[in-house]
Write a protein that binds this ligand. Sequence first.
Ligand SMILES: Cc1cc2nc3c(=O)[nH]c(=O)nc-3n(C[C@H](O)[C@H](O)[C@H](O)COP(=O)(O)OP(=O)(O)OC[C@H]3O[C@@H](n4cnc5c(N)ncnc54)[C@H](O)[C@@H]3O)c2cc1C
Length: 467
Amino acid sequence: MALSKNVQSWGRYPQVASARVVPVYWRHEVPDLASFEAPVLPYAYGRSYGDSCLNEGGVVLDVSHLRRLLAFDEREGLLRCEAGVSLAEILAVMVPRGWFLPVTPGTKYVSVGGAIANDIHGKNHHRAGTFGCHVTCFELLRSSGERLLCSPTENSELFRATIGGLGLTGVILWAEFRLKPIANPLIDMERIRFASLEEFIQLSEQSDRDYEYTVSWVDCLIGGKEACRGIFMRGNHAAETVWTGRQRGQLPLSVPFDLPSLALNTLTVKTFNALYYRSQLRHAVRRLVHYDPFFYPLDSIKDWNRLYGRRGFLQYQCVVPFADGREAVRELLERIRRSGQGSFLTVLKQFGDRPSPGLLSFPRPGLTLALDFAYRGRETLRLLDELDAIVRQSGGAVYPAKDARMSAQSFQAYFPRWQEFARYKDPQFSSSFWRRVTGASSGEPTRTCHAERSEASLVTRASEPQP
Ligand SMILES: Cc1cc2nc3c(=O)[nH]c(=O)nc-3n(C[C@H](O)[C@H](O)[C@H](O)COP(=O)(O)OP(=O)(O)OC[C@H]3O[C@@H](n4cnc5c(N)ncnc54)[C@H](O)[C@@H]3O)c2cc1C
């Protein structure tokens, strides 16, 4: 079976072959999903790292062409658009009009459908919660042919299953969500060096009160007294008076070929980390920056995933509850440092306590740590299993959007509501991730309850305004 050329995830691990890729151009002309011989999975920009956007042997529905803006209610800040519209496109149109995304991840090249299906989070999680908290409604196409309007009050269970539902409940055709008003494209940001986990937690606690956005970079290869040194970044949207029009976004550089995987070895990462930490000579730096470098520093290097070479890499993001959080983070960092498998970019943040709306949403109150690992075969997988054991013991979870290898046992411990979720899964839909973590085979979809169909109302009221 030929490997479908463009269907891969951002980590480029695992590489799997789907049976075919079916593009969808018009939301009223989606092929009959029930007619496919193999399970179906929507796919947008493949910015998920592992296999939750992959469907080995199955049908991949390329929904990235559904990219029309449909309506904007300026009074309420409500934007309605097709699900393949990217956050980059929304920013390009809406920032000059004084509006910003309610929640954004570390890249703007993700689709609205992907943002809902993974219920993504950003640097403002402590204030705003997840993307799903700002979604007012969407239209979901099921393999039965039904087009369901889902909102907190209509088909509400399917609404909660689809937010964070990993693309398994149907195709989101369009969605409506709330933007936030801004005065200009600038962020008033501050960077502060810290030398320990205690200092990080203190900074987070102070900053989460006064700053909308907080996140920190951590040097994960240093041990001893300085273990967990790093740079804390915090910021707010700037006030109207400071916009001079001079601050601009950035043009992307690109990595036009795969680097040998040795290019990012422990030594290069250690050197980068030390240089980066020391590059900030002063304890704290305050500056006005364009939103682009503040939110999307990695987008300035196009195809940066090729830095990890052909074998690809794995991203690992976990959250550990506050109760055991410090100890768990210390143990995770110590285990990673001892393994010598350095992470180029390690990010640490406190999640807030705004509940995530999805049945399978990942964010929950606690400390979240995200790291990249070049894929070195069994030794990498063994290390990540060890990290899983620490996370499980602390009562935390690992993010499915960034996973390519967690065991079924781990998934089911992290997401105890997965069986409740499975009742809303579309019987024709599946993914490589879902089969791995539930043991469902690709030929036999997991058993689902169709109860929701009877209570669900068909979208008959031409609910979408015309573009
Ligand atoms: C550099 C980088 C930084 C990132 N930072 C963050 C971060 O800070 N926070 C965070 O939460 N995530 C982060 N991510 C992960 C990323 O935000 C998510 O994986 C996102 O869902 C990817 O969206 P996509 O459009 O590329 O979707 P894909 O990766 O193509 O698909 C993701 C999921 O959405 C489903 N899907 C896509 N479209 C539809 C649709 N129309 N209907 C139903 N299901 C659909 C797919 O089936 C799949 O399960 C980051 C990723 C990268 C590469």
